[in-house]
Design a protein around this ligand. Structure first.
Ligand SMILES: *Cc1c(COP(=O)(O)O)cnc(C)c1O
Length: 397
């Protein structure tokens, strides 16, 4: 994640001095508009809409793509709960799909989970790992499904030369404190679709009809909610956007150096990646759960076993697994065409993979030699040998 410091502090001062803190009401053309234009250019996408956070970006993208009650939306078993929560917020229901060893949604399981009610797929680029977008877009086109990319944890990462988030029908980004662009709370929607953009702009601003947008793609007005970002967020975003590509370059160098050391050391196996030449997310996979646990405890700095970040694993998403809604009659599970299967083992293969996988931080804010030093130490790990069965000698009593 990019550090927040003096430059962000200096950037918000003139916004505060101007008194124009909101997107509308004197603030038009301010820092938010500049950010949206620069983000669109940098990401090679037609429209960017900054919103208050990444969850809002997902909800607005889904709603704008026409997702709603009785629709099924495919989400991976490994993601932040917000991905599945955003689906419920539109009135649709999430269907859990296994991940594979890339730690992203498994295209083969997508095919298995499609029903006549499936309307959308949310590929999640988790922990800067990128999804197999070629396969996913192929499946989506064949089945007429919408693709909303959740690129909240991979802002700026690329898949085969394109930024993730810009490949599907729409993409959602988060800029919260733990993400590549980090301003506390913030998010954005990107799309190349004029109509989807016009709908997102309406939905994210309850009073959009009063704003005089003339490029509304002939979309009749509807009432949304308020998911707007502030100009203070915009000012911070402009500074952080300038830090993004240099940071990704540092991550790239560290990935290559650390993966090469681990491979040469014949230590832990570096996990597969859907676009290895652009990789900025490093993970290692073991044969057994115990091994992954041992590796994580041998290397307390920058390593964690993925299953231990339990909030990102579906089996811990109690509010969703229990299928409870804020109001009994505003309940997507009642509108669904069939009962949802959220049993603990519905994505058992994902659990099994996550239990024997460790994520390794690339330490992009630390000097490269520190990270290569840590990688050499990690490379010395040897698998815990499986217990050998020693037959009790038969003394022929
Ligand atoms: C952070 C995150 C979100 C939500 O972003 P917020 O800005 O916290 O609302 C959604 N999906 C994933 C995968 C995330 O990591």
């Amino acid at each position: 994640m990019a550090r927040v410091g003096l430059r962000e502090w200096l950037a918000i001062a003139p916004v505060i001095a101007s008194g124009r803190l909101s997107r509308y009401g004197g603030g038009e053309g301010g820092p938010l508009a500049r950010f949206e234009a620069d983000f669109s250019t940098s990401f090679g996408v037609r429209h960017t809409l900054a919103v208050c956070n990444g969850t809002a970006a997902l909800i607005a993208a889904l709603v704008s793509a026409g997702i709603g009650p009785s629709d099924e939306v495919l989400v991976p078993a490994y993601t932040w709960i917000a991905t599945a929560g955003a689906v419920l917020a539109t009135g649709a229901v999430p269907v859990l799909v296994d991940i594979d060893e890339t730690l992203t949604i498994d295209p083969l399981d997508i095919e298995r989970k499609i029903t006549p009610r499936t309307r959308a797929i949310i590929p999640v680029h988790m922990a800067n790992m990128v999804c197999d977008m070629d396969s996913i877009m192929g499946i989506a086109r064949r089945h007429g499904l919408v693709v909303v990319e959740d690129a909240c944890q991979a802002v700026g990462a690329s898949y085969k030369g394109r930024r993730v988030g810009t490949i599907g029908d729409a993409g959602a980004f988060s800029f919260n404190q733990f993400k590549n662009i980090s301003i506390g709370e913030g998010g954005a929607i990107v799309t190349n679709d004029d109509r989807l953009f016009a709908r997102a702009r309406m939905y994210h601003d309850i009073g959009s009809v009063f704003r005089g947008h003339l490029d509304n793609a002939n979309e009749p007005p509807f009432c949304g909610v308020n998911l707007k970002a502030s100009q203070i967020q915009g000012a911070m975003l402009n500074v952080q956007l300038g830090k993004l590509d240099p940071m990704i370059a540092r991550m790239r160098r560290r990935y290559d150096a650390m993966a090469a050391i681990l491979t040469a050391a014949r230590g832990p196996r570096v996990g597969p990646h859907n676009d290895r030449p652009n990789a900025i997310g490093l993970h290692v996979i073991f044969d057994t759960e115990k091994d992954a646990q041992a590796f994580a405890s041998e290397n307390p700095r920058g390593v964690h076993r993925v299953h231990d970040s339990s909030r990102h694993v579906y089996s811990f998403w109690q509010p969703i697994l229990q299928q409870r809604a804020a109001h009994p009659r505003m309940d997507p599970f009642v509108w669904a065409s069939r009962p949802m299967d959220y049993s603990q083992d519905v994505c058992a293969r994902s659990l099994e993979i996550l239990k024997r996988t460790c994520r390794i931080s690339l330490g992009e804010n630390y000097p490269l030699p520190v990270m290569t030093f840590l990688a050499r130490r990690m490379g010395r790990h040897r698998n815990v040998p499986a217990p050998v069965y020693v037959a009790t000698p038969d003394y022929g009593t």
